[in-house]
Design a protein around this ligand. Structure first.
Ligand SMILES: [Cu+2]
Length: 485
């Protein structure tokens, strides 16, 4: 343990946001001069002040936590210079974008690393329009100072050619935990997703538990501090609103593995987009649930004056920072929190009623199994009996351009998995036992012992990664590669 007081004293002379200039000059290659970059990202260790008494040292983009909001224009070529001032190779993944493998930011797909104390210039055409984000994509394994456990996360907004704009103001919210540590078991109950567990999947899970040599559960990751837009609840500026204003919130769960909820007492959220893609049926809901890496865009009509806590339903997490104050003009007093009634999250609410997705050309089925503490105390994850190998990086499936594929996932574990497909969007087909259509996403939560189906069209040739977005799960087997044939 670092003595916090001594640590603060030694760093007090340095400004909080400036990257270390000496390191940057040591081995910096010269960027191509012919073209000016549109954006620059600098990856470096820095300090994030979540509250005056809670300053954490982690890896950041441009010395900021979260990283800066990058606004791209749909279809307009964009050049980004990425500098890596750390001692280890890095990758910046452009989550939710339909771009080539060599710039997507996943080593498994063949994206080159940004070398330590080096740089890489990339160019791509941002698409599709909407709320995306960027984050590191390196393996963390047992190192909680690597990967998405760090502060390397930032929002992206790709401006559409035509903006509908039925709102007065946009507010971006990045939800992110800090100070991770390992624990054994003690997971919170996760029964907020619609649907019921399937007996056959529970039986597979039970059998895997019985076969495991280790009788204890594997490590889980917990967090000490929680933040929205880099500040603990009540420590940053409140969101100042006026009576009658329509605020469009773009909410990102930037966690390494947590599932988050968000409620604003006395208000409802009109969900207009999921993962940045407009939904066929915008609906009012009392609160939001977001799996790791999911985004929700929702309009809140400010019609209930006061000073409110917009926060996570989990008391412990909210009390340790997961919230932000919403303050009406003229309202005074302590921010109020009111525990909402429980509410089950159902993706099909936002779909096209009475419609089924187009028929696929091919269907692939995957059964997800957890092997308790099988890898030096960490749970090992398999898809149809196979854990992804970082050594061989062997593609699991061949796809053919132009064909529509249905992926069916059967979860024989009690964990919720935020499933993510790179470089493609998918259309949800069946979730929580209910059919749906028209909901376009790139991450979806699969509940414990349930099934989910979604379709994607193979329309972006190149190596394509699929994985659970829980860093601990993806690092220990829960990945698959699709190769175009
Ligand atoms: Cu998972």
């Amino acid at each position: 343990m670092i003595d916090r007081r001594a640590f603060l004293a030694s760093t007090a002379l340095f400004p909080l946001v400036a990257p270390d200039a000496r390191l940057a000059h040591a081995a910096e290659p010269v960027a191509p001069a012919a073209e000016k970059a549109d954006y620059m990202l600098r990856i470096a260790t820095g300090l994030a002040e979540l509250a005056p008494e809670h300053i954490v040292s982690t890896t950041l983009y441009n010395g900021q936590f979260p990283g800066p909001l990058l606004r791209f224009k749909e279809g307009q070529r964009t050049v980004v210079d990425i500098y890596n001032d750390t001692d280890t190779p890095e990758l910046v993944h452009w989550h939710g974008q339909i771009i080539p493998s060599d710039v997507d930011g996943a080593a498994e797909e063949g994206t080159p690393y940004i070398p330590p104390h080096g740089m890489r210039r990339i160019a791509f055409v941002p698409q599709p329009a909407g709320f995306r984000f960027y984050h590191t994509h390196v393996v963390a394994g047992g190192d909680l100072n690597r990967g998405t456990y760090t502060g390397q996360v930032g929002p992206v907004y790709i401006e559409p050619k035509n903006e509908p704009g039925a709102y007065d103001r946009e507010v971006f919210l990045v939800l992110k935990e800090c100070e991770p540590s390992f624990s054994r078991g003690g997971d919170m109950a996760m029964d907020f997703l619609a649907g019921e567990p399937i007996k056959e999947l529970q039986d597979i899970g039970k059998r895997s538990d019985e076969e495991a040599k280790e009788k204890t559960k594997g490590y889980e990751v917990g967090y000490d501090l929680f933040s929205i837009n880099g500040k603990m609840l009540g420590r940053g500026d409140p969101i100042r609103v006026k009576q009658g204003e329509r605020v469009l919130f773009h909410v990102l769960n930037g966690s390494a593995g947590e599932i988050r909820s968000l409620a604003l007492p006395g208000h409802t959220f009109k969900v207009v987009a999921l993962d940045g893609n407009p939904v066929p049926t915008p609906r009012d809901v009392p609160l939001l649930w977001l799996g790791t890496a999911e985004r929700i865009s929702a309009i809140v009509e400010m019609n209930h004056s006061g000073v409110w806590v917009m926060g996570d339903l989990a008391d412990e997490d909210r009390n340790r920072g997961m919230g932000i104050v919403v303050e009406y003009a003229g309202a005074k007093g302590k921010p109020q929190w009111v525990k909402p009634k429980s509410y089950r999250w159902d993706y099909t609410l936002f779909g096209k009623p009475g419609v089924t997705p187009a028929k696929p050309d091919d269907t692939m089925e995957f059964t997800i199994v957890k092997h308790n503490a099988a890898l030096s105390g960490f749970n090992r994850w398999t898809l149809n009996g196979e854990a992804f190998s970082m050594e061989t990086m062997k593609p699991m499936h061949m796809v053919h351009a132009g064909r529509r594929y249905r992926l069916k996932f059967r979860n024989a574990s009690d964990d919720i998995h935020p499933l993510h497909l790179h470089r493609h969007s998918f259309e949800m087909g069946r979730v929580g036992g209910k059919p749906t259509a028209g909901v376009i996403k790139d991450v979806v939560m699969l509940a414990g012992f349930q099934e989910v189906e979604f379709d994607f069209v193979a329309d972006n040739p190149g190596m394509t990664l699929f994985h659970c977005h829980q860093q601990l799960h993806m690092d220990y087997g829960f990945m698959a590669l699709f190769q175009y044939g």
